[in-house]
Structure formats: structure tokens, C-alpha cells
Design a protein around this ligand. Structure first.
Ligand SMILES: Cc1ncc(COP(=O)(O)O)c(C=O)c1O
Length: 418
């Protein structure tokens, strides 16, 4: 791969307007309090734009007019590309018929049927808005179906009481019956499951985040969970409809009792689902899990259009190919710059890590790298793995690799100055 032959991009205009908006937002929008933005907070000197004007295909334009190749992609909610015409036209025609129709809609029925056709093990589904909705409903269903309280969980599962990463604002004991476990440590989980015994309602987990499951690990967790009469729940909010049409269940060859989906299923629209065994899903009518907007069909239309594309398998194939090209480029650029950095993660959700001998040096390298790649026109998340989308072309990946090469050179220079 030729790292040098990139077309010159438009000069980076800085983020002046974005920062001005940030100052206004900090006065009125509590979500900004104490942090310069989801991305900027990773830096001592925030350089990231906070406000975007427009997004289309694989690109985002910030309010200062800078253009970026977007590897954050709506935090993984965009799988086809921003403003994909197939999805947008489905949403527009849904909106033309009126949005809050009070009754259920044919689109809702179509989405439920489509999920049952495409999601492995889905006999029934329930439809919601966010990933946190879906994981909370799945856990509530597991408790209702088993009559048990205890939950073992792994990964980021959302912000609701049962799994909130920050405990400020929670009633003491709000998550008393929930504990986390160590990924890929089946022996440790086996011991804990034995101690909990018949109180265990479910094990709920992301199938992977960066590290891949050890061979047989997910199947062993499923088997161990079921051996205690508890339910195995996969949180496929990030992996679903992305790494394969049937998500991690298909890719890793494992079957869950319930699965939570969101993000990619709506290509950027707010929609989520719980899918699974009929005998568990029927408990939906016994639990509280309703919301005014669960009937809004805009995002459901987006999900029908997205799943209709993704179910063919072509989207996932493209994501794997693009991700592998990016990872090969990262490895080649790191070697060329003689910098201790390597690609990590699954190809459709790639990331990189610096592995200097010292965390402080990694931090210096990382700051120089992300500041440079941003100016070179890449939107890369510094503390979360990245995503690729179907709208990216090989030349986009090559452009990214050239920018990453520049980022590695800047990182090496910053480290040399220490
Ligand atoms: C694996 C996983 N589960 C649950 C969630 C929560 O989804 P949401 O942010 O839509 O509430 C996320 C969000 O990033 C996620 O990645």
C-alpha cells in the first residue's frame, strides 16, 4: 500500500466556531457540564470539534467547515453510511403518513416479523428506542421469567440503575443483585455461579469488546448459565447487524436465550429490540416496559430498510474487508515509522494501541497521534474502538492510512522530545 500517494486535503480550519458553541452550550446544556465534549475530554488540550453541521456517507463536516472521514459513525449506530438514501426514503415516506398515530403501525409489525426472520433464535421480539432500554428490558424479563434476582454482567450495558458505571445519584443498594465478572475467565465465572446457585437469574454480556472470546468461551458461558436454570443474554447493541447479519451469535456460533439489539439496526435512528425465546418473551406483558415513543415508527421504518440491506450479508463482508485493509495499513505504517503501535480488535470494530514500556509515554504518543490525524481529516475516537461503514471505499481507507502514518510520525517526534 502506498502511504504517500494521498490526494492533498483542504487545510484544517481549526475549531473556532465549535468552541464558541461549546461555551454557549456549557451555560444551558447540563450534558456538557465539566467536560469539553465526549471526545475532547480525553485530552489535556482539547482539539476535537464538538459540533457537526452535516454528515453524509462516510463523512462528517464540523461547524467550522472541516471535513472528516468518520470512524466514530454515531457511536456505531451508522452501518451503511450517514443519510443513506435507502433508509432516508423509507423514513420520509413513513413521516408523510404522520408519526404518532396512537395505534400500532404496519411498520412495527413488519419490523417484528423481519427480526424474527433474521435474528438467530428470535421467536418473538419487543421494540424499544435505545440500547439501554433493550438491556434493561432483557434483564427485567429474565428476572420475571425465572423469579430470581441475581445478575452477572460484563461490558458496557447502558446507563440504567442496574448497570450504571457511575454510582453517584443511585440509591445505595440499587445494584445490589448485580455484579460484574472477568471476561474470558470461565473458571472464575464457574466458581461464582456455583456460589450464587439458584439465585442466578441471568448472565448478560457483550460478546466481545476489543479482545476476542477464547475458543469455546461464549458457548461455555451459555452452558454454565443454563445448567443453573438461568438465562444467557447477549448484549449485541454494538455487534448486532454489524459483524454478521446474525451478529455475534452467527459469527461466534453461539446461541443466547435473549438478545438486545440497537445501534446498527436503525442506521443512526433511535430504535432497539429484545429478541428471543417465546416462553421468555411472553413475560413482556407482566413487566413494566412501555414508553410513549416505543410506537413511533420513524426509526422502525429506518430499521426495516437497514435490515433489508444488511440481511444479505454483503454489508458485513464489506466491513470485514475494509477493517482488515485498515488494520494492515496500521501495521505497515507503524513498522515504517518504527513506532510500537499495533492494530487490535475485530476488523469491523478496529482500534490501535501504543505499547511503549511506560503508560506516560503511551499518553504522549496518543495525544500527538490523535491531534495529527484529526488535522489530517480523520474522526477517530481516542478511548473507544472505531467503526467502519459500507459507504467507505478502499481509497478512503488508504486516505486514513496515510493520515495514520502522519499521526505515527508526529507521535514518534513527540516521544523523542521527552
Ligand atoms: C454494548 C452496549 N450495550 C448497551 C449500550 C447502551 O445503549 P444506548 O447508549 O443506546 O442506551 C451501549 C452503548 O454504547 C453498548 O455499546
Amino acid at each position: 500500500m502506498d502511504l504517500i500517494s494521498r490526494q492533498p486535503t483542504v487545510e484544517w480550519a481549526g475549531v473556532t466556531d465549535s468552541r464558541r458553541m461549546l461555551a454557549r452550550a456549557e451555560r444551558v446544556d447540563a450534558g456538557f457540564t465539566g467536560r469539553p465534549g465526549v471526545l475532547g475530554r480525553d485530552f489535556a488540550e482539547p482539539v476535537y470539534p464538538v459540533f457537526a453541521r452535516r454528515a453524509r456517507g462516510a463523512r462528517v463536516w464540523d461547524v467550522d467547515g472541516n471535513e472528516y472521514l468518520d470512524f466514530i459513525l454515531g457511536f456505531g449506530s451508522v452501518v451503511l453510511g450517514h443519510a443513506d438514501p435507502r433508509v432516508e426514503s423509507a423514513v420520509k415516506s413513513e413521516l408523510a403518513d404522520g408519526l404518532a398515530r396512537s395505534l400500532h403501525t404496519p411498520t412495527q409489525l413488519r419490523l417484528a416479523e423481519l427480526l424474527v426472520e433474521t435474528a438467530p433464535g428470535a421467536e418473538m421480539v419487543s421494540l424499544h428506542r435505545t440500547g439501554s432500554d433493550a438491556t434493561a428490558v432483557a434483564v427485567r424479563l429474565a428476572r420475571a421469567a425465572t423469579g430470581r434476582a441475581h445478575v452477572l454482567r460484563w461490558g458496557y450495558n447502558g446507563w440504567h440503575e442496574w448497570c450504571a458505571p457511575r454510582t453517584n445519584g443511585l440509591v445505595p443498594g440499587a445494584a445490589d443483585h448485580v455484579e460484574t465478572f472477568v471476561y474470558n475467565d470461565i473458571a472464575g465465572l464457574r466458581r461464582r455461579v456455583a456460589e450464587i446457585g439458584d439465585a442466578l437469574a441471568c448472565v448478560v454480556m457483550m460478546p466481545y469488546e476489543i479482545e476476542e472470546p477464547a475458543p469455546g468461551y461464549l458457548a461455555a458461558v451459555a452452558e454454565l448459565t443454563r445448567s443453573r436454570g438461568a438465562l444467557f443474554i447477549l448484549d449485541e447493541v454494538r455487534s448486532g447487524f454489524r459483524i454478521a447479519p446474525g451478529g455475534a451469535q452467527e459469527h461466534f456460533g453461539v446461541r443466547a436465550d435473549l438478545v438486545a439489539y440497537s445501534k446498527a439496526m436503525g442506521n443512526g435512528y433511535a430504535v432497539s429490540a429484545v429478541a428471543g425465546r417465546r416462553d421468555i418473551m411472553v413475560h413482556s406483558r407482566r413487566i413494566s416496559s412501555s414508553s410513549t415513543f416505543y410506537r413511533s415508527s420513524d426509526a422502525m421504518a429506518a430499521a426495516v430498510a437497514t435490515i433489508d440491506v444488511v440481511r444479505t450479508g454483503e454489508t458485513s463482508a464489506v466491513l470485514w474487508e475494509l477493517g482488515r485493509r485498515l488494520q494492515a495499513g496500521i501495521a505497515a505504517a507503524a513498522a515504517d515509522c518504527r513506532i510500537p503501535a499495533r492494530p487490535i480488535g475485530l476488523a469491523p470494530t478496529p482500534w490501535l494501541e501504543f505499547h511503549y514500556e511506560d503508560d506516560g509515554i503511551n499518553q504522549v504518543a496518543s495525544q500527538a497521534f490523535y491531534a495529527t490525524t484529526l488535522r489530517e481529516g480523520l474522526l477517530l475516537h481516542p478511548s473507544h474502538h472505531w467503526f467502519v461503514c459500507e459507504a467507505m471505499r478502499e481509497r478512503d481507507i488508504d486516505q486514513a492510512v496515510a493520515a495514520i502514518h502522519a499521526g505515527f510520525s508526529a507521535a514518534a517526534a513527540a516521544v523523542r522530545q521527552l
